[in-house]
Design a protein around this ligand. Structure first.
Ligand code: TXE
Length: 521
């Protein structure tokens, strides 16, 4: 009998390897009463940190990449055992993107966050305004992370927040505290102000305590249901939130696709991390003319995947936790009960292993086609044309990513614009998430805001316009209104804002006739 994925005992959180039930380790749970004190300490450290140039902050964070490289073996080992995912995925899909992210911040953050002159709009210029826009850090940022990519999905936003001049309180998922805790240990090796980066451990109660503890910005990655709660709590203090929630990504295979490439990419895009990915392929819409050869290739590849507990060798591990196992089992069973055909896999077990599964003829209204599955399941449906595929792909409450598989990239770019998602990949799926310069986030119930890229850095700053007056003139709209003020304004407006030459000439004549220009001095 497998123990629970996690056990809370004597103020500790004990985390288990979901593939075999062995303990991975334990961490001390944070007392919710301590969370406001953590925020206070973070705020004290942030004041000094914010005065440093972005380039200096990036330079102080840069050594993290080398520390991470040096410790890659134990970090990958923890992630792999705690998540139940192949060790190569801990490296390729968590440590590698984190290292790229650190390099991106070192290379690009100073330029992206530098002060900007006021936009050179002539009317603003004429009003005498000069100045610049500076990007102020929010202050203390809360980062709450999920269990599927427990290291990277915490490190990415936390490091962006830091480089932008914020302090961070981070909380890993209770299902993967040790993977998250590596970030705390690695950041501790840097020379940063005391308390600038702190980590809280625990379940949703600790998460909610962070949201309510007076942080200045929340970044949350997790389920849509919890995202709603985070936003509701944040609404009480009008704390801004960035939400990266669920997805029900569609892959669309057009009739001219390179079928072997499409099958290989979609099998990986749907099954990596045992399908427990916000942007994994959860629906495949295939042009009916190529449905048969495409499905055959997919099934062939899926049947050849190595599934198992030996995470150094296997290509697919287990579900991360019992709750996730129950969701996948229920959705697949319901689909089969309603007529879905099993082309591969289908039956759960042993333990929390769910075999990579391919289904066809899945009715469109079952949970598997509508709710997030977060499991290694690929439902494949034929469509008559691209228009039908786009309509079905958009028929979801989520909008994270979608992919188009075709040799005609020009056509795919046109079709992409009809997809209501944050990202569209042509001839690939998921991997854009690992590119630190690609803005990442979704539409609809996937949430809002972006992580990564220019937009992802802007997530952690708020613009402040600092203006000064070019000439110390009394403004015509200042007090001292009299019967001429209205006429003066009407004249100015005609001059500046209408297109009609007649209006402009009449306005100038009116002002010259009635208005004593010395009053401006
Ligand atoms: O996530 P939760 P769960 C989806 C996936 C999965 C479902 C549930 O469909 O089946 O979510 O997973 C913290 N205030 N995704 O339950 O609850 C919690 O401690 C503040 C998609 O594990 O959203 C954890 O750190 N925080 C997703 C984090 O929220 C709270 C990845 C996420 O937990 C809180 C994971 C509260 N009230 C699951 N309650 C993705 N987008 O990749 C909980 N938390």
């Amino acid at each position: 009998m497998m123990p629970s994925k996690i056990i809370f005992a004597n103020g500790e959180l004990i985390s288990h390897n979901p593939t075999n039930g062995q303990e991975v380790g334990r961490v001390k749970v944070t007392d919710v009463e301590d969370v406001p004190l953590m925020v206070e300490r973070a705020r004290a450290a942030q004041g000094e940190w914010a005065t440093r140039a972005v380039s200096e902050r990036a330079r102080r964070l840069r050594p993290l990449a080398d520390h991470l490289y040096d410790l890659m073996e134990p970090v990958a080992d923890t992630i792999s055992r705690e998540c139940g995912k192949p060790k190569v995925e801990a490296l390729s899909s968590e440590i590698f993107p984190t290292m790229m992210h650190i390099n991106y911040l070192a290379d690009k953050a100073a330029r992206t966050l530098r002060d900007e002159p006021l936009p050179d709009y002539w009317m603003t210029w004429l009003m005498g305004k000069r100045g610049r826009i500076v990007h102020r850090p929010y202050g203390v940022v809360g980062v709450i992370a999920p269990w599927n990519y427990p290291f990277w999905l915490m490190a990415g936003p936390a490091l962006s927040a830091l480089v932008a001049g914020n302090a961070v309180i981070a909380k890993p998922s209770e299902f993967t505290p040790l993977s998250g805790d590596w970030l705390r240990q690695l950041v501790a090796k840097l020379t940063l102000p005391e308390g600038l980066f702190q980590m809280a451990h625990g379940d949703g109660r600790v998460g909610a305590a962070i949201v309510k503890a007076g942080v200045d910005k929340m970044v949350f990655t997790g389920s849509t249901a919890t995202g709603r709660r985070v936003m509701a709590d944040a609404a009480q203090s009008l704390t801004p939130v960035t939400l990266e929630l669920g997805g029900k990504d569609a892959a669309i295979v057009l009739e001219d696709a390179d079928l072997r490439h499409a099958a290989t990419g979609i099998v990986w895009g749907g099954l990596t991390c045992a399908g427990q990915v916000c942007a994994s392929v959860e629906r495949v819409y295939v042009a009916e003319s190529v449905m048969e050869p495409f499905s055959r290739l997919v099934v062939e590849q899926v049947k050849a995947l190595r599934v198992g507990e030996d995470l150094e060798r296997s290509e697919i591990g287990s579900m991360n936790n019992e709750r996730q196992m129950a969701i996948v089992q229920r959705q697949v069973a319901e689909a089969i009960a309603h007529g879905a055909k099993v082309l591969a896999g289908g039956a759960a077990g042993p333990g929390w292993f769910f075999p990579p599964t391919v289904l066809s003829d899945v009715p469109p209204d079952v949970e598997l086609m509508r709710a997030e599955t977060f499991g290694p399941v690929l439902p494949i449906q034929p469509v008559k044309d691209a228009a039908e595929a786009i309509r079905l792909a958009n028929d979801s409450v989520w909008g994270l990513t979608a992919s188009l598989w075709t040799k005609d990239v020009g056509r795919a770019r046109q079709l992409a614009m009809q997809l209501n998602t944050g990202v569209v990949s042509i001839n690939d799926h998921v991997s854009a998430a690992g590119c630190p310069d690609i803005p990442w986030g979704g539409t609809k119930e996937t949430g809002f805001g972006r992580l990564q890229g220019r937009e992802g850095l802007m997530t952690f700053v708020t613009p402040q316009a600092i203006t000064h007056e070019a000439l110390p003139l009394k403004r015509p709209w200042w007090y001292g209104y009299d019967r001429d003020s209205y006429r003066l304004f009407a004249g100015l407006m005609a001059l500046l804002t209408t297109k009609s030459l007649g209006h402009k000439l009449r306005a100038v004549a009116g002002v010259l006739r009635h208005f004593d220009l010395r009053r401006l001095l």
